[in-house]
Design a protein around this ligand. Structure first.
Ligand code: TYM
Length: 324
């Protein structure tokens, strides 16, 4: 049995980058036989950026609703809130005592903000330690993620090996990252990596009018309608090809190359493709968001199970480290 785990921060509604890069690959793995999946909402991590309690609560429910609407079956896989498994913070302390300061100071999550150290909390600095604890607490084999998390996965592998070596036993399973080249960096509306921090993301759960406005705001070149265009450098096409069938993608490529096809038409096609692809998902999402009690019921049931697993592993770790 292969154990799979991944997490999404509760910093807002999951965007198309989160969905294509992590949630959908994770759900495909959950639907594969011989896997056992733990998927969680990284609400403790979200405290590094979001301080408002009500916003966090609403975000947690949006992330849960998105997982469920995109097809996660909570009878088969576990969906839980990181904060409901307090064991993870104890493990995080142990791991932090083995993670070199110099290594942590190379983390992109820290380095990107290190120009202004006044804005960096200790929580942001030790963010990868908590992430390692999220993973190592459950003897996980595979972690489906986008490219931006690969460095954190390397830290996790590193600290697991370090502790196994120190205590001369296979205390922690050394996990593998799983990425899909095609979707490991989904572009945003400005062509940079889609990200909440760049505010260039597509939220597929928006009402139609707002979604259309968002798609229309995708940055394109000023090549006139009648001239041929290069699909591979166009932000509209780069998103279109991630959702379309191979045949539709070829047709769209030909439209670009033949000329006489404008960006307005391409944007309309992308908008309709998103609505079409996610029609059921959007309806189910709204149903869950309007029924927070149902979301909480699903999460609480899973959390009971996850806490029991966490207790067992933590007992092993305490014993190995001499806190028996
Ligand atoms: P977060 O919440 O930033 O992103 C969640 C997942 O979405 C992927 N992702 C993308 N993939 C492709 N293209 C994009 N533009 C894009 N943007 C985001 C991310 O790579 C990620 O897989 N630290 C994590 C949350 C976390 C976690 C964990 C993940 C906490 N503990 C343990 C895995 C295992 C984070 O901030 O992801």
């Amino acid at each position: 049995m292969k154990r799979i785990l991944t997490g999404i921060q509760s910093t807002g509604i999951p965007h198309l980058g989160n969905i294509l890069g992590a949630i959908e690959p994770a759900i495909r793995l959950a639907n594969t036989s011989g896997t056992e999946c733990l998927y969680f909402i990284a609400d403790l991590h979200s405290l590094t950026t979001i301080k408002d309690a009500e916003t966090r609560l609403a975000n947690v429910r949006s992330v849960a609703a998105a997982w469920l609407a995109l097809g996660l079956d909570p009878e088969k896989s576990l969906l839980y809130r990181q904060s409901k498994i307090p064991q993870v913070t104890e493990l995080s302390w142990y791991l932090g005592c083995f993670m070199p300061f110099s290594r942590l100071s190379l983390a992109h999550s820290f380095k990107d903000k290190s120009d202004n150290l006044g804005d960096v909390s200790a929580g942001l600095f030790t963010y990868p330690v908590l992430m390692a604890a999220d993973i190592l607490l459950y003897d996980v084999n595979t972690v489906p993620v986008g490219k931006d998390q690969l460095q954190h996965l390397e830290f996790t592998r590193d600290v697991a090996r370090r502790i196994n070596h120190e205590y001369q036993q296979e205390l922690f399973v050394v996990p593998e990252a799983s990425t899909d080249e095609r979707v490991m960096v989904v572009p945003g509306i400005d062509g940079r990596k889609m990200s909440k921090s760049y505010n260039n993301f597509v939220d597929i759960f928006l009402p139609e009018k707002k979604l259309k406005k968002k798609i229309n705001s995708i940055v394109t070149s000023s090549t006139p309608v009648e001239e041929p265009k290069d699909p591979d450098t166009c932000n509209v096409f780069r998103l279109y090809e991630l959702l379309a069938t191979p045949e539709a993608t070829e047709t769209m490529k030909a439209n670009y190359r033949n000329g006489g096809y404008g960006y307005g038409a391409a944007k309309k096609a992308l908008f309709e493709l998103i609505l079409d692809t996610y029609a059921d998902t959007r309806t189910t999402y709204d149903r869950y968001v309007n029924d927070p009690a149902e979301i909480d019921r699903v999460l609480e049931k899973c959390e009971q199970n996850v806490r029991e697993r966490a207790d067992r592993k933590l007992a092993e770790v305490r014993k190995a480290l001499g806190f028996g």
